[in-house]
Design a protein around this ligand. Sequence first.
Ligand code: SF4
Ligand code: SF4
Length: 353
Amino acid sequence: METRRLGKTELQVSRIGFGGMTIPGVSKEQAVATVHKALDLGINFIDTARAYGNGDSEAKIGEVMRTRRDECYLSSRSPKMDYQGMQAAIDESLRTLGVDYIDLYEPHDVSRTDMYERLMSEDGALKALHEAKQAGKIRLIGVTGHNWGLMQKLLQSGEFDAALVTYNIANREAETEVIPLAKQLDVGLFVMKVFGNSRLFELSPPDENRKPTVDECLRFALSNPDFPMILTGVKSPEEIEQNVSIANTYAPLTEAEQKAIRQFGDRLGRGYCYGCNYCMPCPAEIHIPGILQLLEYQKRINWEWPQGPERYAEFDKTIDDCLDCEQCEEACPQNLPIRELLHEAKEKFSQAV
Ligand code: SF4
Ligand code: SF4
């Protein structure tokens, strides 16, 4: 498969990267077969996270790394924003993956100001990342997030070599919010949610009997020259084969196709929270995107998620504090019934705490 330079990381990455988010939802055998197939097909970047299945994704990938570590770059991440938490998380990732080093490690989803401040503080996670780099446990430091304003601050800090951001036919904010800055600073950008956590496949514009396809979602992202690599979350060897086949044979979208697909993306009802933060600040100080993201994880990924209630309990304010001002729903570009979803999150997560 074609490879491209991932900005100043200087990694030469395959156009499709393996996203490890969905493999906690399948058997170990199937997950292992899928990772093997990805490597067989020339994918050289395997991405996972501590949070995916509470280490289950890392463990399944680790099975393959026993024999094929030298065939790929590995990326993992942790939502711990404090020094000790990040230190422990990196060691746990190394142990679970069964490897001596990880190529790229990221603070996971830095989407709130308090997370940003904790991460960058004197005893924050960034210090632990630097130490791990010096010790040879990780090679490069990246970052992931859904808040464009914070992502700009993170990149401007000069601390991060790569950034993982959302981009798909319906959510194209990265083009204006992050690409110009990343290009200027030579930060390697790679893409997540190219299928909108598979939610895009369920949407069709009003009065149109057509849903987005894997082919057009992937072709759209691959056609953007500012993204060297697109991560796809796959659950089977067949799915990875399909994605790789598209990447190996696609023709970049023509100008007319670009226009048509963008208009199609605009007409989609959208319908899922992708963390743009336009609903914030909430006068009741409810962290709406944070709570809705938890709900998305729980709904979209078919696995038991023990951290859900634990993460929910970290939010001081919930739907119980809502003032019914409606301003969040007016501001949401996805037209989400935010209060209804906040109620759903409460039902789902608070009982088990
Ligand atoms: S309706 Fe509730 S959740 Fe939405 S902005 Fe107002 S107080 Fe916050
Ligand atoms: S609820 Fe809507 S406005 Fe708020 S972050 Fe999600 S998509 Fe954006």
